[in-house]
Design a protein around this ligand. Structure first.
Ligand code: FMN
Length: 168
């Protein structure tokens, strides 16, 4: 067996040097919104339209989300920093005080997102301690006036050069 070159703490620190946006992956589960923050969102394919997120095998929410008919992906805006922390916190309180709506098929989308996708599960590929989750896009919308939240070096930032300080 090959020895692990780096421990998970140093892997996390170096992976975090790659700046990303942050999304909320969410759906109605038993009539209630369930979801997680996910910075691993990536666009995958134009024809057919596909996107992906990577979900940890340790996630307690992903097994419920993957059974949903539709999954919403909301690209968080700079006003969503506190919402993002909430979405990664205790599961019973994730949507308390968060403005959201559900599509008729049960995708949960956050108000004030800089973009959203209404998706269904297309494929799940096991990869190490995560699942690469490929999702088919059924509907989507961008709101260019909403500035996206940026996640870099484990802090939230803004694309606005005048606001390079971390967002609380
Ligand atoms: C900014 C941010 C980005 C995250 N991105 C991911 C991600 O891409 N994949 C993932 O599995 N968890 C990610 N998480 C962790 C989840 O949001 C969540 O905290 C974790 O899945 C544990 O909750 P659960 O057991 O309800 O799933 C992220 C957390 C934060 C704060």
């Amino acid at each position: 067996m090959t020895a692990l070159a780096h421990d998970s703490t140093s892997l996390r620190a170096v992976f975090a040097a790659f700046p990303t946006g942050v999304t909320a992956l969410a759906a109605l589960v038993d009539g209630k919104p369930a979801g997680v923050a996910a910075s691993s969102f990536t666009s995958v394919s134009l024809t057919p339209p596909l996107v992906s997120v990577c979900m940890a095998h340790s996630s307690s929410t992903w097994p419920a989300l993957r059974r949903a008919e539709r999954l919403g992906i909301s690209v968080l805006g700079t006003d969503h920093a506190a919402v993002c922390r909430r979405l990664a916190g205790p599961s019973g309180e994730r949507f308390t005080g968060v403005a959201w709506r559900a599509t008729p098929d049960g995708a949960v989308l956050l108000d004030g997102a800089s973009a959203w996708f209404d998706c269904s599960l297309e494929q799940v590929v096991r990869a190490g301690d995560h699942d690469i989750v490929v999702l088919r896009v059924h509907d989507l919308h961008a709101e260019p006036a909403v500035e996206p939240l940026v996640f870099h070096a484990s802090v939230f930032r803004s694309l606005n050069p005048g606001a390079l300080r971390p967002i609380r």
